[in-house]
Design a protein around this ligand. Structure first.
Ligand code: NDP
Ligand code: BG6
Length: 512
C-alpha cells in the first residue's frame, strides 16, 4: 500500500528532562540476566545522556562471590562486547562508580555488610543517603529481601522522604490473585506505599506511552473512539524467540501469566481508558484500574469459547529449524504449559459495549511484532459503485509498538483518472525516520522515573489486583476443566493455532 511520509515540526511543550537527586542504586541479583541485558545498558545510556544524578553509584549484591573488579569486568564486557558501546572512556568513567558485595539473601549479617559498603559509597560518591533498591531476583525472594532490608534499617526514610529509599519490584507480582494479595500485605507491612515501585516494562516503551498522547492530544480521534465508530480492536505481541534460557521460570508461568496479566492488559487499558483529568500518576493509574474493572467477567461459556491456549511444536523461524517447546532446556517432556494465548473479551461500559477486543501473544511466532490495531466501522452507505456498504474497506489505525515503532492510518481516496476508482493508502510515520532517533529503551525511562519519584508509569496495587481478577478465573478453568480448554499446537514460525483464527472468524473478523 502506498504511504505518505510525515514531517516533524517542533515540540509544543517543554521537553526538558529533569535530573534526579544524587542517589545510590543497589541492585539485588547483580549476577543475573536482566541486569546485564537491560538494567546496566539503560543506566549507562542515561549516564551518556547526562540524565543520571550528578553523583551516583551502583552497588551490586548477589550470592555469587565477586570482587569490585570482577563485577566491573562483567559490566565492561556486557557494554563493550554485547551492547557494542565504542566509547571506552565513557565506559571506564561509568565503571569507576560501580561496586559489589556478596551474601545470602536471607542472612542479616550480609545486609549489615551491605549497609557498611553503601555507607562508604554514600561518603565517596553522593554525600547523600538516597537509595534505590532494584530487586532483579526471582519473585520468591522478594519477601525475604524486603524483610531483611527493613530489619537492617536500609529502607528507613528521613523526614519528608529526605533521604528517600525506594524499592523496585520486577514482575511477576505473585502467581495468582491470592499470592499477589499476600505479597502485597507483606510489602506494605515493611514499606510505605510510596516506597514501592512495581515495574511493567511495557509501560516504559516509548510507543506505549505515546498511545495517551495520540488519543488525548488530537481532537480528531477521541470523538470516534467508542462503540459507535469502532468495530474491533486487536492487540498482538508476537515474539519469534522461544523461551530461551528461562525455561525454569516459564514452565511455571506460561504465556497467560507472563504476558497477559501485565503487558497485554496494561496496553489494553491505555487504549480504552477514559481521559485522566491530569497527567499525574494517581489520575492515570486510577483510570487504568477503572478500565480493568469494566472488563466483562468470564462465564463458563466464554471461558470455553473465547480463549485459545496452545504450545509450539518444531518448525522454521527465519529459515532456521527450531525445536518445539518440549525440546527446550528445562522443560518437562510432557509439559502442558501454554506458549500462546488468543482471546476475545468485552468491556462493559458506555464507551465500549459489545466491541470485540482480540488479544494474542505467543513465543516462536512468525516474527517479532507488537501492535495495536483499531478498526473503525464501515461508512453507512456506499456511493462509489460497490454492491453494498459491506464491501467498503474500513479505516484502520495501527499503533506499532515494536520493532518498527510508528503509526499507520489506512484511508481511502480517489485514484487519479476519469473513473471514480477508489484506492487505499496509508498515512504512516516511523519514529526513527521522523525524529531521527531510535526510541529509548523502556528501562531507561522507568529507571529515570524511579529516581525522580514519578510513579505515572508504574503499577498500583489496585492495578495488579484488578489484572489478576481477570486472569485467575482462566487459570482455574484450565486447571479444573482441561477437557474443555484443550491445549492446541502450532508450528514454530507460524502465527499460532488455527483455533485462534476461528475465534475471530465467528464474528466475521480476521487477524490483521
Ligand atoms: P535470574 O534467573 O538470572 O536470577 C537473577 C539472580 O538471582 C541470579 O543471578 C542469582 O544470583 C539469583 N538467583 C536465581 N535463582 C535463585 C534461587 N533459586 N535462589 C537464590 N537466588 C537465586 O533472573 P533474571 O535476571 O532473568 O530476572 C530477574 C527478575 O526480572 C525476575 O523477577 C524476572 O521475572 C524479571 N524479568 C526478567 C526479564 C529478563 O529478560 N531476564 C524480563 C522481565 C522481567 P546469585 O546466585 O548470584 O545470588
Ligand atoms: C517479559 C516476559 O516480561 O517480556 C518475556 O517475561 C518476554 O517472556 C518479554 O519475552 C517481552 O518483552 P519485549 O520488551 O522484548 O517485548
Amino acid at each position: 500500500m502506498p504511504s505518505i511520509k510525515a514531517t516533524y515540526s517542533s515540540a509544543t511543550n517543554s521537553c526538558e528532562e529533569l535530573t534526579p537527586d544524587s542517589c545510590g542504586i543497589i541492585i539485588f541479583g547483580a549476577s543475573g540476566d536482566l541486569v546485564y541485558r537491560k538494567l546496566i545498558p539503560a543506566l549507562f545510556n542515561l549516564y551518556t545522556r547526562n540524565l543520571m544524578p550528578i553523583t551516583f553509584y551502583i552497588l551490586g549484591f548477589a550470592r555469587t562471590e565477586m570482587t569490585d573488579e570482577e563485577f566491573k569486568e562483567r559490566i565492561r564486557n556486557s557494554l563493550i562486547s554485547v551492547h557494542k558501546i565504542s566509547d571506552t572512556q565513557m565506559v571506564e568513567s561509568f565503571l569507576s562508580q560501580c561496586r559489589y558485595t556478596s551474601g545470602e539473601y536471607n542472612d542479616i549479617e550480609a545486609y549489615r555488610r551491605l549497609q557498611k559498603k553503601a555507607a562508604g559509597c554514600d561518603c565517596d560518591f553522593t554525600k547523600k543517603e538516597n537509595k534505590l533498591f532494584y530487586l532483579a531476583l526471582p519473585p520468591q525472594l522478594h519477601p525475604t529481601v524486603v524483610s531483611r532490608l527493613s530489619q537492617s534499617g536500609l529502607t528507613m526514610e528521613g523526614e519528608n522522604e529526605d533521604p528517600w529509599a525506594r524499592v523496585v519490584f520486577e514482575k511477576p507480582f505473585g502467581h495468582d490473585l491470592k499470592s499477589a494479595l499476600e505479597l502485597d500485605k507483606h510489602l506494605t507491612s515493611m514499606l510505605n506505599p510510596s516506597q514501592i515501585f512495581r515495574i511493567d516494562h511495557y509501560l516504559g516503551k516509548e510507543t506505549v506511552q505515546s498511545i495517551l498522547m495520540l488519543r488525548f492530544a488530537n481532537i480528531m480521534f477521541e470523538p470516534l473512539w467508542n462503540q459507535r465508530y469502532i468495530d474491533n480492536i486487536q492487540i498482538t505481541v508476537a515474539e519469534s524467540v522461544g523461551v530461551e534460557h528461562r525455561g525454569g521460570y516459564y514452565e511455571k508461568a506460561g504465556c497467560l501469566r507472563d504476558m497477559f496479566q501485565n503487558h497485554m492488559l496494561q496496553m489494553l487499558s491505555l487504549v480504552t481508558m477514559e481521559p485522566p483529568t491530569r497527567f499525574k500518576a494517581h489520575c492515570v493509574q486510577s483510570e487504568r484500574v477503572k478500565l480493568l474493572h469494566a472488563i466483562r467477567p468470564w462465564s463458563e461459556r466464554t471461558l470455553k469459547d473465547n480463549i485459545v491456549r496452545a504450545q509450539y511444536v518444531e518448525g522454521k523461524v527465519n529459515n532456521e529449524d527450531v525445536h518445539g517447546y518440549h525440546g527446550e532446556p528445562n522443560i518437562a517432556p510432557d509439559s502442558t504449559t501454554e506458549t500462546f494465548v488468543g482471546m476475545k473479551l468485552y468491556i462493559d461500559n458506555w464507551r465500549w459495549q459489545d466491541v470485540p477486543i482480540y488479544m494474542r501473544s505467543g513465543k516462536r511466532l512468525s516474527m517479532r511484532e507488537s501492535e495495536i490495531a483499531v478498526t473503525f466501522k464501515r461508512v453507512p452507505h456506499s456511493l462509489f459503485g460497490l454492491e453494498s456498504q459491506h464491501e467498503m474497506p474500513s479505516n484502520i489505525l495501527v499503533m506499532k509498538i515494536q520493532p518498527n515503532e510508528g503509526v499507520d492510518l489506512t484511508i481511502h481516496t480517489k485514484q487519479p483518472g476519469p473513473k471514480a476508482c477508489m484506492a487505499s493508502l496509508s498515512l504512516s510515520f516511523k519514529y526513527s525516520e521522523v525524529f531521527d532517533t531510535v526510541p529509548q529503551d523502556a528501562y531507561e525511562r522507568l529507571l529515570l522515573d524511579c529516581m525522580l519519584g514519578d510513579r505515572t508509569l508504574f503499577l498500583s496495587r489496585e492495578g495488579v489486583e484488578a489484572a489478576w481478577k481477570i486472569v485467575d478465573p482462566v487459570l482455574n478453568f484450565w486447571r479444573d476443566h482441561p477437557e474443555q480448554a484443550p491445549l492446541h499446537t502450532y508450528s514454530a514460525g507460524s502465527w499460532g493455532p488455527k483455533a485462534s483464527d476461528e475465534l475471530l472468524l465467528r464474528n466475521g473478523h480476521q487477524w490483521r
